[in-house]
Design a protein. Structure first.
Length: 230
């Protein structure tokens, strides 16, 4: 394991971080090209809306699954695919920047599969909180719950002294992100019916923190040892 305190901010970004952020940006650029008529013809204009219908976390779909007891794979895919569908370029850019910046701190501590587990666990935790805590008909899209999950992991690492940052800065970052959420509401609410999804964001942060603690190198061995002692 490499100590993040020895990492230069100009080092090459971990591939898993680049892959996740790059996928977000690539999909957004495809939507932009379709909306501009460069690709996809007449159908390209509606690609974003089609993606939302297929991959956004939807309370209507969730209620249907609960009522019927069915969980088709195509509908379950929504819970891990929605971070890659955003309301516009600004929305995507903010999420991608945070994923790259925080990922560059978190990923050196965790192997690629563990980093991906933190990312997608925060995604899932955020979606479940969004569906269960409040009644809303607005779809959940975008990677902010996953980005908050990385903030949670960053908080855990700062508490262990593995970064130079003060632990309080992680909470300041969460506060900053929550403060700018209305900006995205103003930018895309008229077109997509988007509403602030702070419940998903905070649940993502909590999930990321918990997963970071659980997946920290050596943590599982210590847990097993304690269980055996009991």
């Amino acid at each position: 394991m490499m100590d993040p305190r020895q990492q230069s901010p100009f080092n090459a970004l971990p591939p898993i971080v680049v892959a996740l952020a790059g996928a977000m940006v690539a999909i957004e650029l495809l939507f932009q090209a379709g909306a501009s008529g460069f690709v996809g013809g007449a159908e390209g204009v509606g690609w974003r809306l089609s993606a939302m219908q297929s991959f956004a976390v939807s309370e209507q779909v969730w209620d249907w699954m609960v009522e019927t007891g069915q969980a088709p794979l195509g509908q379950l895919l929504r819970f891990v695919a929605y971070p890659f569908v955003h309301g516009g370029f600004t929305h995507t850019a903010f999420v991608a920047v945070f994923v790259l910046a925080l990922g560059n701190v978190v990923a050196p501590v965790y192997p690629a599969w563990r980093f991906a587990a933190i990312f997608f666990a925060a995604t899932l935790g955020g979606a479940l909180a969004y569906l269960l805590l409040f009644e809303t008909r607005a779809p959940l899209i975008g990677g902010f719950p996953a980005a908050y999950g990385l903030i949670g992991a960053f908080t855990y690492l700062t508490q262990r002294g593995l970064t130079r940052a003060d632990p309080s800065r992680a909470f300041l970052l969460i506060g900053f992100l929550l403060a700018i959420q209305p900006v995205f509401g103003l930018l895309i609410a008229r077109n997509l019916g988007w509403v602030p999804d702070w419940t998903a964001d905070l649940a993502g942060a909590a999930t990321g923190y918990g997963m970071a603690a659980l997946l920290f190198p050596g943590a599982m061995h210590r847990i097993r040892d304690r269980l055996r002692q009991r």
